[in-house]
Write a protein that binds this ligand. Structure first.
Ligand SMILES: [Ca+2]
Length: 198
């Protein structure tokens, strides 16, 4: 009965884990967008080239975590590689504009929340998009494990073992010689007599 109560309390005490990303630090590997071929009004993005010159900004909780600019491109990929912290309140927001000389054309915006419930690592996580964004994504990776800090014992372990063996062998040799050469005189004398008698 007591064991059951203990078991039940332990199980109930565990917070339910979602299928997404646990709160913690992740590497924002990259993000990107696919832009519709034409503006909302059906016209080309630019006069010189039909494709836009996208300028894309990704923010996490209002803080810019990635930016990139390209020329004449509909499928944009922006590499980042920085560490970011994710928790249950994290919201990603993406803004894409077509950089023009006079006035930029808005392309669209993307949004991603609840990443702790739906996110995965190493794969593109789709963002909700509007405007002339066909799609937007970001990719998160788990950070590499922290490097193992070598301890003094770890660094000198092989030397210590070698030294110990050396001392042990030295002591064995020393005591071996000592017990042979420095036997009590009467024992040696008796052994010698026995040798002569035989
Ligand atoms: Ca334009």
């Amino acid at each position: 009965m007591l064991a059951f109560a203990l078991f039940a309390s332990l199980v109930l005490a565990q917070p339910a884990l979602g299928v997404g990303l646990e709160p913690g630090t992740y590497i924002l590997q990259e993000f990107g967008v696919v832009i519709e071929a034409k503006k909302a009004n059906g016209k080309d993005w630019d006069r010189s080239a039909s494709k836009p010159d996208p300028s894309i900004t990704l923010r996490l909780n209002e803080k810019t975590v990635g930016e990139c600019k390209h020329r004449d491109l509909l499928e944009v990929r922006c590499e980042v590689g920085d560490a970011i912290r994710i928790d249950g309140k994290s919201v990603f927001a993406l803004v894409a504009v077509d950089s023009d000389l006079v006035a930029d054309d808005n392309i669209g915006e993307g949004r991603l929340a609840q990443i702790h419930q739906t996110g995965v690592t190493d794969k593109a996580i789709a963002m909700e998009v509007d405007g002339q964004l066909a799609s937007a994504y970001l990719i998160l990776q788990r950070p590499p494990p922290p490097p193992v800090v070598p301890t003094w014992l770890g660094t000198h372990q092989s030397r210590l073992i070698g030294l110990s063996i050396g001392i042990l062998v030295g002591l064995m040799l020393l005591f071996g010689f000592k017990s042979f050469w420095f036997r009590p005189r009467n024992v040696r004398a008796r052994n010698d007599e026995e040798g002569e008698a035989a």
